[in-house]
Design a protein around this ligand. Structure first.
Ligand SMILES: [Fe+2]
Length: 357
């Protein structure tokens, strides 16, 4: 089991053949002190770790070196909270026995969730297609057994999330969560079908009386609203009928919509929304459409130091342990049949309008 602390972090780095000196510099740049306030202090800021797509091959209970390195980095950077945009385990195969599904979640717990909990860092999950796909056939879940195991696992391990739940009847599939300064809505985009009843729920959640005007509002789901990467620009790999959902989020004042599944980092604007496609933390890198290079394993840190309104995102390449520059990414991703996404800045003002519709 991974333990917290600098010694363990450096051990992980040494195991991956990377220089601790390089990483020391990186941590100084991104800051390794927590912004978490004591209970009686006003909130001064937020530091969030954003991860996605950790899983190995079907049935695997182990994680790639990049995941181990990313975990070491998170434990050292000490974000207030980690959000995972899905594909934590390696399911979506009906032949996997229930005992294997349980073993996969136990592996995830040992490698990812428990070390974060021990470090006092809550982990907010979104469910991916490999965790518990919402695909249906003739009114029945295709992966009902996987969804059941996912629900059982997270039901058992939601202890340090309890105080933030605003609406958790369908946790971990869709739910709303808040801490001072931050309002998070997690949606079930584990398949392309985000149905009308969930859309109504999202609209109601965005209008929750618990949401405060100066909360940073994040929405997170596994599949994105539009196509980003090679091989994912097809039906079933993006949320169906995205325009209506985008309008609902635009009207609801969403600051950032976070997704995974496309295994490629791309900060963008589309349909009047600010989007963030996270790179895979584990295996299966993909190329952003129009790019010649695959997106390496990565994680993103998002920081907001209040009362300033500037939000700063830093995405770390887990091969080189260096921050990634966005100017090498295509200026836009445009594929027939999908909304255009345009690359955006890594620094942005909370509440500022998004011009690209
Ligand atoms: Fe996925």
């Amino acid at each position: 089991m991974i333990q917290t602390g600098r010694r363990e972090f450096l051990r992980l780095i040494a195991g991956a053949g990377l220089s601790g000196v390089v990483l020391d510099g990186l941590l100084r740049r991104i800051g390794s002190t927590t912004l978490r306030p004591s209970p009686d202090q006003p909130i001064k800021g937020l530091k969030l770790g954003l991860i996605s797509d950790l899983n190995g091959s079907y049935g695997s209970t182990f994680y790639a070196d990049a995941v181990q390195l990313g975990m070491g980095l998170l434990l050292q950077a000490k974000p207030d909270l980690v959000l995972c945009a899905g594909d934590m385990v390696a399911g979506q195969k009906t032949s996997l026995p229930t005992s294997q599904l349980q073993a996969m979640w136990a592996g995830f717990d040992q490698s990812v969730r428990a070390p974060l909990e021990q470090a006092g860092i809550p982990l907010l999950p979104a469910i991916g297609n490999h965790d518990g796909s919402s695909q249906q056939q003739q009114g029945h879940w295709v992966f009902g057994r996987e969804r059941r195991q996912t629900e059982l696992f997270w039901g058992k391990h939601c202890g340090n999330l309890q105080s933030g739940f605003i609406e958790s009847k369908r946790f971990p599939f869709h739910y709303a969560w808040r801490r001072p300064g931050l309002f998070v809505i997690v949606i079930d985009a584990s398949s392309a079908n985000v149905d009308s009843s969930q859309r109504r729920w999202i609209e109601a959640a965005l209008n929750s009386a618990h949401r405060q005007p100066d909360d940073l509002c994040l929405v997170m789901g596994h599949l994105p609203l539009t196509a980003f990467s090679d091989g994912r620009a097809r039906t079933g790999e993006c949320i169906a009928n995205p325009q209506g959902l985008a309008a609902l989020m635009r009207n609801g004042g969403v600051d950032l919509l976070i997704s995974g599944h496309h295994h490629a980092w791309y900060p963008s604007e589309s349909m009047g929304l600010r989007l963030l496609s996270l790179g895979a933390m584990g295996s299966g890198p993909r190329r952003i459409i129009g790019s010649s290079l695959p997106s390496p394993p990565s994680l993103t840190l998002l920081e907001w130091t209040r009362p300033a309104t500037l939000i700063r995102e830093t995405t770390i390449d887990l091969n080189t342990m260096k921050p990634m520059a966005s100017d090498g990414l295509p200026a836009q991703v445009s594929v027939s049949g999908f909304p255009v996404a345009r690359r955006r800045s890594l620094q942005w003002e909370r509440g500022s309008p998004v011009v690209n519709r």
